[in-house]
Design a protein around this ligand. Structure first.
Ligand code: FAD
Length: 431
């Protein structure tokens, strides 16, 4: 069969079985054994797509993600402190497509029909799948604080999805007066990145110490305690005068008197007991749930998150759809990029086995969350997770824990490991 250039390009764009392989030129590849579609190109989705192709290149993999460049939330607190740029935490999907032969489609998925095993994109294209992996990340419970909304977030950023939101918060911090008050409203559990609000407070304090020394950061917390609390507080004492009159950081649990409303115009929060707190910069991190497409596809339960069978990540509510990353419920495993990457690998392994009617291997998941107290001081919490005979997730005894040493050398070493971890997780996911 003779191809002219236009026919050839059209066929490649349509994801035909003609493949370009390295320098060896054109090869005719046998038809694919199955089609796996992955929705969402974050840490979970991108890793799953890549891992399936690494495990079995007879499976066609399509990754659907509306953004052409993904901005990582890990590292976005570093941007706020001026330690790195937003550009340095942006990643394209080019390597996934050129090095692994993944079809990357820059579109939004609008709906999923689990019965027919099809999904529809915003451009109305329809795609069939044998197995679907959903990794849409989070959405916000906008109604948890009266007056807060997607629109209000343009003035009162959450910066809990990195990119434009990070820029807005950064600009407001730079523009605030020297003695400005930054208020961070931290959500109740479960939410994306449990130590994230406290790393943010630490690094904003670091920034203020240098550029706005009379400023203050107030964390209003909708829970009674938080991840790595003792380590954070020790770090705040050491670096930011925590516990003294001059402290740059103040933390208050407001579980009994939660924030119930916000006035966007006045940057003022209202609590249940009628207290009003006016800020120069308001950073509301709202309560969260699974990304919207998960809910509209019938994958969420009353909690707003997606229940899955942990051994395969298959939804307990819809057949042949797997859910991974922040959107999924993995009891006991935090919602982090590290965990999303780990869940994606276990899910990819399960999907490849299921497509061949084989028993998937027993999964093991890992997580480590690093946080910077200052650019030179880091802390971490790590854990390994397995399944017991009742198919419940348990923490492997002795396999993790929080940073045990807080001498300056150990803190320094952890800060370096945090930076190296960032390089390796992003390479592992997007390259
Ligand atoms: P996401 O990364 O949010 O990816 C979901 C993707 O799905 C998005 O790109 C979205 O565009 C796409 N999508 C959504 N809906 C659709 C649709 N309908 N069609 C197509 N695509 C869709 N974790 C760590 O491990 N270490 C850290 O140091 C760390 N630091 C953090 C700091 C901050 C400030 C924050 C907020 C989070 C941090 N995290 C960290 C947590 C980490 O960012 C998340 O856990 C991780 O991004 C989850 O990955 P995901 O793939 O599930 O979701």
């Amino acid at each position: 069969m003779q191809y002219n250039r236009r026919q050839f390009i059209r066929q490649i764009a349509a994801g035909s079985s003609l493949l370009l392989t390295g320098c060896s030129g054109l090869q005719v590849k046998k038809s694919y054994s199955a089609h796996v579609v992955v929705v969402g190109g974050g840490f979970a989705g991108a890793t799953a797509a890549k891992t399936i192709r690494q495990l079995d290149d007879t499976i066609k993999v399509t990754l659907i993600e509306p953004k052409s460049r993904y901005v990582t939330c890990p590292g976005s607190n570093w941007v706020l402190a001026g330690l790195t740029s937003l550009d340095s935490i942006r990643f394209s999907y080019q390597r996934l497509s050129t090095a692994y032969g993944i079809d990357v489609i820059a579109e939004q998925v609008e709906s999923v029909d689990a019965e027919k095993q099809t999904l529809v994109l915003a451009n109305q294209d329809q795609i069939n799948y044998d197995r679907l992996i959903m990794a849409p990340g989070i959405d916000f419970n906008w109604d948890s604080i009266d007056g807060y909304s997607a629109e209000a977030a343009n003035q009162i950023p959450h910066a809990w999805q990195a990119g434009r939101q990070t820029e807005i918060l950064l600009q407001q911090i730079h523009a605030m007066p020297d003695n400005g008050l930054i208020v961070i409203s931290a959500p109740a559990n479960p939410f994306r990145c449990p130590p994230g609000p406290y790393e943010r407070a630490s690094l904003l304090a670091y920034y203020c110490q240098r550029h706005k020394p009379r400023a203050k950061i107030l964390i209003l917390d909708h829970k009674r305690g938080f991840s790595k609390q003792a380590l954070f507080m020790q770090g705040w004492r050491r670096n930011y005068g925590y516990g003294t009159e001059q402290s740059l950081i103040e933390w208050q649990s407001i579980t009994d008197n939660p924030v119930i409303a916000v006035s966007v115009k006045d940057k003022t929060l209202l609590t249940d007991f009628g207290d009003q707190i006016k800020a120069d910069v308001l950073n509301i991190i709202p309560a969260q749930k699974a990304g919207q497409i998960a809910a509209s596809s019938g994958l969420t339960d009353n909690s707003g998150w997606c229940p899955v069978q942990p051994d395969t990540a298959e939804s307990t509510l819809r057949d042949k759809i797997h859910v991974i990353g922040d959107a999924a419920i993995y009891p006991g495993i935090p919602k982090s990029a590290f965990a999303a990457n780990s869940e994606a690998k276990a899910c990819a392994m399960a999907v490849v086995h299921l497509l061949k009617d084989k028993q998937p291997p027993e999964p093991v998941w890992m997580n480590t969350c690093f946080s910077l107290l200052t650019p030179q001081q880091g802390i971490s919490v790590a854990m390994v997770y397995k399944l017991n005979q009742q198919q419940q997730i348990y923490k492997v005894k002795g396999a993790g824990g929080v940073s045990s040493r807080t001498d300056s050398q150990s803190l320094h070493r952890e800060a370096q490991i945090a930076r190296n971890w960032y390089k390796s997780i992003t390479r592992n996911t997007f390259s």
